[in-house]
Design a protein around this ligand. Sequence first.
Ligand SMILES: Cc1cc2nc3c(=O)[nH]c(=O)nc-3n(C[C@H](O)[C@H](O)[C@H](O)COP(=O)(O)OP(=O)(O)OC[C@H]3O[C@@H](n4cnc5c(N)ncnc54)[C@H](O)[C@@H]3O)c2cc1C
Length: 445
Amino acid sequence: MSGTIHIVGGGLAGSEAAWQAARAGARVVLHEMRPVRSTEAHQTDGLAELVCSNSLRSDDWENNAVGLLHEEMRRAGSLILHAADAHKLPAGGALAVDRYGFSNEVTDALAGHPNVEIRREEIAEPPEDWNSTIIATGPLTAPNLTAFIRKMTDEEALSFFDAIAPIVHHDTIDMNVAWMQSRYDKGDGADYVNCPMNEEQYRAFVDALLTGEKTDFKEWEKSTPYFEGCLPIEVMASRGAETLRFGPMKPVGLCDTRTGVRPYAVVQLRQDNALGTLWNMVGFQTKLKYGEQVRIFRMIPGLANASFARLGGLHRNTFINAPRLLDRQLRLKARPQIRFAGQVTGVEGYVESAAIGLLAGRFAAAEICGSVSDVPPPTTALGALLGHITGGADAKTFQPMNVNFGLFPDFAPSEKIRGRDRKKAMSRRAIADLEKWLGRKDAAA
Ligand SMILES: Cc1cc2nc3c(=O)[nH]c(=O)nc-3n(C[C@H](O)[C@H](O)[C@H](O)COP(=O)(O)OP(=O)(O)OC[C@H]3O[C@@H](n4cnc5c(N)ncnc54)[C@H](O)[C@@H]3O)c2cc1C
């Protein structure tokens, strides 16, 4: 074992990465800027601070993809899951925690580990002589480091705001109502799912957008100059009754190929992952509350029974275009001694951020020992999430993603597993494949 892994950022991802690398025997220096400098959202100097909700969401590993991710992380020796289990609060099927106990547990475990040194300092630019670095600085990465990341990549590779449009599971779209066609039959001629509206449906939909309950922007989010470029759908609707019909819902160049009817307005969905299981609603970034999104978007013809893999949102969020910039080991292609982990890689959520930290820590530790860690199989939650951000997602439209079953490869049609049984079967397959992965020895480099 030679060399040191430098981890920048002691949040969910950086803490997990440090733990995984240290328990694999690597020497780790964890650089956390708090309390020397804080972010707009953090309140304490504890590692792995939960900046908002105290819930790590569903803990049901057989029926929920984030619950499955919990279980996989537990089996992989996750510090974040260990601390969450130790400080669990009653919350039905969710894994909610005492945020202070949780953060203290993570801080104490890392401070007490003989392979870990914690330095309270801001890193503006990783020095050239660090031969293994993990950048895990999260959605509120400090500006100097952001400038460095931008210098190493390019203008378009780094975003400061996410503009998340809802994503729908393809098998819940009613294709008897919707049809496949590209505007003016461009490209392959049939790249988009089109959900048609008549005038009455359009007016009712615009009304619902205007009256639906919204979440507020935080003060520091309002000042972000990138906001005007990606207006929420309801803000566009508020600019005039026809605005959406001349914007994302314009019907021009589209005509129902089965009936020849030209719709009054159209909602288009575009393929979002290589598997073709997830489709995003084009231009539908929104600040509507989650419950309202489900209610209002199910008014769209063809989406009456839609199941949403992810709902829309708009937040201040620093993230890179991971599918374009990173290799499968989370290394920056342009400078492979630097890895990225956590929300900055374009995953969304506490658990997903920690999960990518877990993988980055393992990959970096294997490398520093002169070997190469296998990536987890795509049938596992860890592998599905990793596969999405390092190639499965379309780099042109890349936006942050939660873990969900749409990221997993489906069963062969002959296996005919549907509904709740399908999730259970996917979860069992995931755990069996994860155990095989965990049991494998890393290959020599
Ligand atoms: C306001 C807000 C609310 C959120 N609410 C939720 C929620 O309720 N549920 C949920 O699942 N997800 C939520 N998220 C999304 C996300 O899951 C969390 O932000 C999560 O903490 C991301 O983990 P991370 O490790 O990538 O980043 P963080 O946990 O933010 O950790 C990054 C760390 O890096 C440090 N840092 C930054 N720059 C530097 C630097 N240059 N040098 C040294 N240290 C640095 C920071 O101080 C921080 O400790 C929220 C995000 C935001 C911004």
